[in-house]
Design a protein around this ligand. Structure first.
Ligand SMILES: Nc1ncnc2c1ncn2[C@@H]1O[C@H](COP(=O)(O)OP(=O)(O)OP(=O)(O)O)[C@@H](O)[C@H]1O
Ligand SMILES: [Mg+2]
Length: 239
């Protein structure tokens, strides 16, 4: 790991009724790094993010933020500097792009801070700047995905939990989204945990990677380029 862990799951199990979604999973996110979380459908990837954010029923283990054990509560996590960008393009279709962005800033102190944060972000998202007054529902799928990511950043998080940002996007847009994630990470020193199916694109930007299968960590590499594609394939095909 590049630096000390700032957000971790330690030995965490999650149970939904009779389903054990996570079984003693330990995952660290270090300051300023990009961590990839991969694995087949149903492996527990979204549950890892939800457990970190206070949205999953933890039955064992603990969550740690800056070396302190915490009880994550979703509505408090944003003010603790953590943003959750969920799976799927969750924009408010009948609101404008700008109004969608404003909603992302509700934890900031006042409108001025929100406007300043949005203005700073629009330099990273020039496509959105051109569409500020358009209804979010009129954007293309890729643009809606960019809006979802941008909205998650308005609160100026230190850590971003990103669930499948490339879902349903064309390869070209996927490339752009990943380049943007890398840029956000390096320019703003934001740590990113990114769940991803598109293995090639995520490994090209990740510092480290975990592979989940059946609710357990099946593979963990400190350097994402050490991941053997054949091993990965086996995990995906046998899960
Ligand atoms: N709210 C819920 N209630 C009951 N079971 C759930 C719930 N959420 C997830 N699960 C179950 O927990 C397991 C892990 O789900 P999770 O959504 O974390 O998988 P995933 O790796 O994100 O999959 P995908 O790649 O399809 O998004 C699955 O068996 C799923 O059916
Ligand atoms: Mg998922």
């Amino acid at each position: 790991m590049k630096k000390e862990p700032i957000l971790s799951l330690k030995d965490v199990s999650v149970q939904y009724g009779g389903i054990q979604a996570l079984d003693r999973v330990s995952i660290d996110i270090g300051a300023g790094e990009i961590v990839a979380l991969m694995g087949p459908n149903g492996a527990g990837k979204s549950t890892v993010i939800k457990a970190l954010f206070g949205l999953a029923p933890i039955t064992h283990g603990s969550v740690h933020l800056y070396d302190q054990k915490i009880t994550p509560v979703a509505h408090e996590m944003i003010s603790r500097g953590i943003a959750y960008i969920p799976q799927g393009r969750q924009v408010f279709k009948h609101l404008t792009v700008y109004e969608n962005l404003e909603l992302g800033g509700y934890v900031l102190r006042n409108q001025k801070d929100v406007a300043r944060s949005i203005e700073g972000l629009l330099n990273l998202f020039p496509t959105l700047r051109e569409k500020l007054n358009a209804k979010a529902g009129s954007l293309s799928g890729g643009q809606q995905q960019l809006l979802t990511i941008a909205r998650g950043l308005v609160s100026n998080p230190r850590i971003v939990l990103l669930d499948e940002p490339s879902l349903g996007l064309s390869p070209k847009i996927v490339k752009e989204v990943f380049a943007l994630i890398k840029q956000i990470n390096s320019e703003r020193d934001i740590a990113v945990l990114v769940v991803e199916h598109s293995i090639k694109s995520v490994l090209s930007i990740a510092d480290r990677a975990y592979v989940l299968a059946h609710g357990k960590v099946a593979l963990h590499k400190d350097h994402s380029d050490e991941i053997d594609e054949q091993v990965l394939e086996k995990i995906f095909l046998t899960a």
